[in-house]
Design a protein around this ligand. Structure first.
Ligand code: SF4
Length: 911
């Protein structure tokens, strides 16, 4: 293999390097680099990132990542020079200046692969390439010279994918009581003979078995709240009883997670308990996500046949390559590289999924190959379904198939159940939501490409052959005209709204700007005000909007009834696919009718007394001072109330487990009060079974909490300097957590270049054009890298080992003083409520640091006033010191060394 004779460019915060076609590398300035890229197509890695580094958004070239996605679809690669080198078996570049040579070698290696007879992803490549040639994809030329036309015509993707099989319904599970010894034996088998004996893991597994006991009373599930400190080995701890129960009862256990990282871990660990396939070929373990995560083949076909233009059309071809090789068609967090969306446009990815519920079910030509339908069928037959909190709740609240609802449920990352319930059971009547509904009824507005069509096209047979149905569809279409249309935000900003809903949103906007006192106006953040003391004209606008929504709901209800009647007494013209189409439409109709009812209820209450169950407010959502949505919001004061009714009550056994379920690590029974309240059990009169298992880690020897007292609050230069020095002191491996994006960006902007020049790459959420999952992959892969981010990184990061050795929090993570927070604070005991939130956040952030017995590290909070009452957030025995930044730098630089804590300013967390 030789390097490809094409010039290559690399740009980092440390500078730019260009290597020409004959192999000479030189450093150059940004201006010259931009000129060079405009002159001739250059090899580069991750064009959007290079464009950001050069400050030139229109940059294009021969992106190695696009080539990789074509040659190795559905294969993982960390999108950095080091990651690419590892994936292709090439030598890692020693410094930035060696990267262009690596890019040339990598391009050659990938192109050579296409000529190899052993290329595993050859099938389909030639056909897709022919389309890419027509689209003038920059790589089409070099690839055409390497990929030979196959002897036999390749099968088109849609005929190649396997069909799912219909299977008989499973009988209800047998009632069994698990034998403790059987559970412990299974645990021993799963952990392996050589694994060290962990008494707490055994106790945890035995405790979990209680969730599977036969239920004694209707609507009274066994509920377990089980805290398991990091390192207990809780995944195998609950998979052991779950697998024994599934085997003995013939039933399905659902494990629900909040983060994708845990979902991946579960998929891996479940292999120890179950094979990939049963004897009949069906999978015993299925990962199940919301339908908006999966590729919709009908949307892809549409995109391939002209629905997408320009760069999006190239993306569709690369997705078609991936669709042949994907494990399960999951586009968001599955085996489609997370970075593919940012190379093109994330919107391109989402419009290939079934985000708006436009599926035509059996009326779709790809129904029997559909990834979503396959996942749904597989999960009905599975022993273990790995899902996420949102899906479990949405399924319970509006699932199509009641029989397939989970009855034995384990919520891992159980501390997030409240948050997931909060968004699942929320109502938002906003411009963006109403425009979605309008498109669902009418189809997209003029000028849009593609197959997306409205209700009347999706139910074409009803429109043509059934008079009552046709009338209802026409009435719904007429009523939907009252909803906002394209350009509504612009009209609102010019105060020329059209129609009752736009008028309402104009009223919301005017009220919010008049009343907001959050200080967000200058900062460019979102604005909000409570839905109280509203003026007469606004109430009139709300009434007019409510009437318009009712006008739409009524024909939709008539249509729903008509569809039911047609299914009961099918007319001659209704064939099998037509029937299935009606079944699907009925479900999505019911969902829209519920949505409209919730919106009407929200508007209806505006003129009258407040409902104490709910918190309502008006909001203008903004990012970087740009408005992107406007409307009214409603949340349950306690979202665990609907959760208890829809999820807990129908279940037989539910466990909520997490390393941070209780409030702090105190010995008092009070620690459980908040966890019990947040489990929803009081709403259905159940006392949950409580247990806690302490982490086996020696926090006193492995970690140290440093509270830095001399970085003044609000002083951005001082904050940035502190971050920069801490990163230099550890030589990277820092996870920096922020509570405000603005401060994150300011700090990043001040230190990234300097650190890069010292060989310490810095990445940041909300700055780098890279999705969060990929940022964490990059961070994990490079021990000299550091990563800055906000909430999602606080507990979505699982980086054991040397790559993460210091967590820095910019300040005490106070909750955002929103209207919703104010209401819950009032109901939840005032400052005690805030303290619980902060302790939970600190505990989650601290939990990132020590992931295994070998991990060591520091946890730094830059806060001059850190209240002692928050210290119980940290595990017992963790040394805590209050010190200056200089002292902290010394400790961080020398690593964690357990020493007796003697000074006045220091303490060991006694709890
Ligand atoms: S069945 Fe529905 S989701 Fe599946 S490919 Fe067809 S339209 Fe898309």
């Amino acid at each position: 293999m030789t390097a490809l004779p094409l010039p290559a460019i690399h740009a980092s915060h440390g500078g730019c390097w260009l290597r020409d076609a004959i192999g000479v590398t030189r450093g150059l300035g940004k201006g010259e680099a931009i000129m060079a890229a405009a002159d001739t197509p250059l090899l580069m890695l991750n064009a959007p990132l290079v464009a950001t580094r050069l400050g030139y958004p229109d940059l294009s070239g021969l992106d190695l990542l696009e080539l990789y996605a074509f040659v190795h679809p559905a294969r993982f690669v960390v999108p950095t020079p080091k990651g690419l080198a590892t994936a292709l078996g090439l030598a890692e570049p020693a410094g930035d200046d060696e990267v262009p040579a690596l890019l040339q070698a990598a391009a050659a290696a990938l192109l050579d692969t296409c000529e190899s007879p052993d290329w595993p992803e050859r099938e389909g490549a030639w056909s897709v390439l022919q389309s890419l040639v027509r689209m003038r994809w920059p790589w089409a030329g070099p690839l055409s010279a390497r990929i030979a036309q196959p002897d036999r015509a390749e099968r088109w993707l849609f005929s190649k994918l396997p069909e799912w099989e219909e299977a008989p319904e499973r009988p209800q599970p047998a009632q069994v009581t698990l034998d403790e010894q059987a559970v412990l034996d299974r645990l021993a088998a799963l952990t392996g003979d050589s694994a060290e004996q962990r008494p707490s893991q055994r106790a945890y597994a035995a405790e979990t078995a209680h969730a599977f006991e036969p239920r004694r009373r209707e609507a009274a599930p066994h509920v377990l709240l089980t805290q398991a400190g990091t390192g207990i080995g809780k995944t195998l701890g609950y998979l052991a009883p779950a697998s024994v129960w599934a085997q003995q009862s013939g039933g399905t256990v659902w494990v629900s997670t909040f983060t994708k990282a845990l979902q991946r871990q579960l998929r891996r660990e479940s292999r120890r308990a179950w094979p990939m396939h049963r004897r009949d070929g069906s999978p015993p373990v299925v990962v199940r996500k919301g339908r908006e995560n999966y590729l919709c083949l009908l949307n892809l076909e549409d995109a391939l046949q002209g629905g997408f233009g320009g760069r999006a059309a190239i993306l569709a071809q690369l997705v078609a390559r991936w669709a042949t090789y994907t494990q399960d068609g999951d586009m968001i967090g599955g085996d489609l590289p997370g970075w593919l969306g940012t190379l093109f446009r994330q919107r391109g990815i989402t419009s290939l999924t079934d985000r708006r519920g436009e599926c035509v079910y059996a009326g779709c030509p790809h129904y029997r190959k559909c990834f979503i339908e396959r996942a749904a069928r597989n999960s009905a037959q599975a022993d273990l379904v790995i899902a996420n909190h949102a899906l479990v709740m949405v399924n319970a609240a509006r699932g199509r198939d009641h029989a397939a609802r989970p009855t034995r449920l384990i919520f891992d990352e159980g501390h997030h159940v409240f948050e997931a319930a909060d968004s699942t059971f929320a109502a938002a009547l906003t411009g963006a939501e109403t425009i979605e509904l309008k498109r669902w009824v009418l189809g997209p507005e003029r000028g849009s490409k593609g197959r997306r069509r409205g209700l009347s096209a999706r139910l074409a047979d009803i429109s043509s052959y059934d008079e009552q149905g046709a009338k209802a569809i026409a009435a719904a279409a007429h009523a939907a005209e009252a909803l906002p249309s394209d350009g509504w935000l612009q009209r609102l900003s010019e105060n020329v709204p059209v129609g009752p809903l736009e008028e309402l949103f104009a009223g919301v906007r005017a009220t919010v700007y008049a009343r907001d006192e959050s200080g967000g106006q200058e900062a460019g953040y979102g604005l909000e005000t409570e839905a109280a003391q509203l003026e007469g004209p606004f109430i009139e606008q709300a009434q007019a909007a409510e009437a318009a929504l009712a006008e739409l709901r009524q024909p939709l209800m008539r249509l729903g009834l008509r569809l039911e009647a047609l299914l009961e007494e099918p007319p001659d013209w209704l064939d099998g696919p037509g029937r299935a189409r009606i079944e699907g439409a009925r479900h999505s109709l019911a969902w829209r009718i519920d949505l409209l009812s919730a919106w009407e209820a929200l508007l209806h209450r505006l003129g009258g007394p407040a409902d104490p169950e709910f918190v309502d407010w008006l909001a203008v959502e903004r990012g970087d001072a740009r408005e992107f949505d406007i409307g009214l919001h409603r949340r349950w004061l306690d979202p665990m109330k609907p959760f208890a009714r829809t999820v807990l009550e129908p279940s037989h056994g539910v466990m909520l487990t997490s390393a941070t379920l209780k409030d702090g690590h105190g010995a008092s029974g009070d620690d459980w009060n908040a966890a019990i309240a947040r489990s929803g059990t009081p709403h259905i009169g159940i006392a949950p079974r409580l247990s806690a298992f302490e982490s086996p880690f020696d926090y006193g020897a492995q970690a140290e909490v440093l509270i830095v007292t001399d970085v003044p609050k609000g002083d951005i230069p001082a904050l940035a300097a502190a971050y920069g020095r801490l990163i230099e002191a550890t030589g990277g491996g820092v996870l920096g957590l922020f509570t405000a994006i603005r401060r994150l960006r300011a700090v990043y902007g001040r230190i990234a270049d300097r650190l890069a020049r010292g060989g310490l790459p810095l990445f940041a959420q909300h700055v780098d054009p890279i999705d969060t999952g990929t940022l964490v992959d990059i961070f994990r892969d490079d021990p000299r890298a550091s990563l800055l981010g906000t909430d999602a990184l606080r507990d979505g990061v699982d980086v054991p080992g040397h790559s993460l050795r210091l967590v820095v929090m910019e300040q005490v993570p106070w909750p955002k003083p929103s209207i919703l927070h104010r209401a819950r604070r009032l109901a939840g005991g005032g400052s005690a409520h805030d303290d619980r939130i902060i302790r939970a956040r600190l505990a989650q952030a601290f939990g990132r640091l020590i992931r295994s017995r070998e991990d060591h590290g520091h946890f730094v909070v830059l806060s001059s006033a850190f209240p002692s009452r928050l210290l119980s957030a940290f595990p017992p025995g963790t040394p805590v010191r209050r010190l200056t930044l200089d002292e902290a730098l010394q400790r961080v630089a020398s690593g964690v060394s357990p020493a007796p804590v003697t000074t006045d300013t220091s303490s060991s967390n006694p709890a």
